[in-house]
Design a protein around this ligand. Structure first.
Ligand SMILES: *Cc1c(COP(=O)(O)O)cnc(C)c1O
Length: 230
């Protein structure tokens, strides 16, 4: 079932690329495996998926450890408290949710010297959701420059999680705003290649808006059953 779902999502991405004049292969799929066990990740891996996203650091580290023999690229896409930066720096290849310099500094300091730099997207709050993490667009450039200067990190782009929109047109407009932030950073000379946006419900609008990486969970693994603590 996971293999069939993965295939269907891959088709949906290809379809969206064709519909919105995006080059084939210009949108990467990140499979979001939060709340699902190592067996589900293994099934997706066996179906060809290599990049996985996780939100809850502790849960992720257990999975990463259990699947250490597989050449998986692990992406942290959940909020990061200061006391979790070491686990992120030691276990992940990517992090999408850097939204303040203090966290970036800790990740850089704690990145083990034998590993390549941690690949970083900064999280931008493009639609002004008051309770959400992410820098406001006006502060994105300062944070991006700060991240770029840190030796343990490699700045790759920006990430956003807009509120669910009522329809495609509204959703796409928010994603286009994210792309404008991305383009402004590029215009400043920052070497970015990743615009992380779009989930199961809005990946088509995100691709229309310029996404280069969609983060898809439930469309691949099914509905999530959250533990009571989250
Ligand atoms: C859970 C999550 C996803 C995947 O959401 P689905 O709607 O299940 O595709 C993507 N991005 C982030 C940041 C998430 O927390």
């Amino acid at each position: 079932m996971i293999a069939d779902n993965l295939h269907a999502v891959t088709e949906r991405i290809a379809q969206a690329c064709a519909s919105y004049q995006r080059a084939t292969g210009s949108v990467q799929l990140l499979a979001v495996s939060k709340t699902f066990g190592p067996d589900a990740v293994q099934q997706a891996f066996d179906a060809g998926q290599r990049a996985f996203g996780e939100n809850y650091i502790q849960e992720a580290v257990e999975k990463i450890t259990a699947l250490a023999s597989l050449p998986i690229e692990w992406h942290c896409i959940g909020p990061i408290q200061s006391n979790k930066t070491r686990l992120v720096a030691e276990h992940f290849q990517w992090v999408h949710t850097v939204d303040r310099l203090k966290i970036a500094q800790r990740l850089s300091d704690q990145r083990p010297a034998h590993l390549p730099p941690l690949q970083v997207c900064i999280q931008v709050n493009v639609d002004g959701g008051a309770t959400k993490s992410g820098v406001v667009p006006a502060e994105a450039a300062a944070l991006a420059l700060g991240v770029q200067a840190l030796p343990g990190l490699q700045l790759r782009g920006i990430m956003c999680i807009p509120e669910p929109a009522p329809d495609f047109v509204v959703a796409r407009a928010v994603f286009i705003r994210a792309r404008e932030v991305f383009d402004a950073l590029l215009a400043q000379g920052l070497p970015l290649d990743t615009l992380s946006m779009g989930m199961s419900g809005d990946l088509d609008a995100a691709i229309a808006g310029g996404s280069t990486m969609v983060r898809v969970g439930s469309a691949i693994f099914g509905a999530r059953h959250y533990p009571a603590s989250t």
